[in-house]
Design a protein around this ligand. Sequence first.
Ligand code: SF4
Ligand code: SF4
Length: 339
Amino acid sequence: MNTKKLQRQIKKRPIEYARMTVQLLFLFFILYVGLRFYLFYNHFATFGEAPFVERPPAVEGFLPVSALIGFKVWISTGDFDPIHPAGLVLLTFIVGSGLLFRRSFCSWICPIGTVSEWTGKLGKMIMKKKTYDLPKWLTWVLSPIKYLVLAFFLKYILFDMPAAAALDFMFSQYNVISDVKMLTFFLNISSFAVKFILVIFVLSLFFKNFWCRFLCPYGALIGLGSLLGITKIKRNEDTCIDCNACTRVCPQRIKVSEKKAVLTPECSACMLCVEACPVKDTLTVNVAGKKVNKWFVPAAFFGVFALVYITARLTGHWETILTYEDFKYLISIVESIGH
Ligand code: SF4
Ligand code: SF4
């Protein structure tokens, strides 16, 4: 594509290109966090031979179960998780953001969502723009999976687990070193895990957003907030020309052109449908009953995200209390923890 054509495309679909840019930036950021965390671990794993690198707290964003247990302790005792505070801040923000911004996290930030979506785009390129979808009955069978996994974790952690047990777990060696455990899992990945990832990859080539639509319990949890319907996409049936452009671009395969309002928790508030609609004021974004600009939801989402991050840093709710000596000891025995 030449530069002029690209400029025209960006002007025509600014949200789509802004979203792609943000997704790419976050993907690089996560890779950078992963690399720094590996270097941090490697310093201890080599008994100090490799240079020391500060541990990036953002790595705790990959510990949702630990964060959920931290949340349980927080609401039960009022004590904020001092072991993985960044994980708890991120979980609280991400899940809470679902109330106002629907699943904006999934469509703008989540690296797994990005890889899943771009794998679908790659599949479309390979198959010369041909797209596939699962038969309706199979969609019905697969759709509840992520909600069942979510229900299991919510029931077990938030309802069945006594607060004292959650507190014990929070300070257990397994939880304290769970970020390193996760890293060693990927460094010594089992053939089963590789096969599982490959299967998901191949399915994502054929079926748009397979992971997000059917398997991700985190996305399911964020989506629950949208059931309150504070933010929704509305379609004006009188002015709609039934061109189907909105349905075609939807990464979640929602049949937007057949709805009066998009209320499903599957909507990731990507705004692609609103941008694709060729008729002015036909597909609109509404927050608390008021029509807003298509940029409002993503802009407010990132504004609140920045505010939460800055507040967490300034109030001491971002850095772990664990010391260099704690990591030195725990990494030296990491293989024996949890066995
Ligand atoms: S309904 Fe619109 S905003 Fe929601 S996921 Fe589909 S394209 Fe994005
Ligand atoms: S893109 Fe707009 S005009 Fe076309 S079907 Fe969707 S809502 Fe109707």
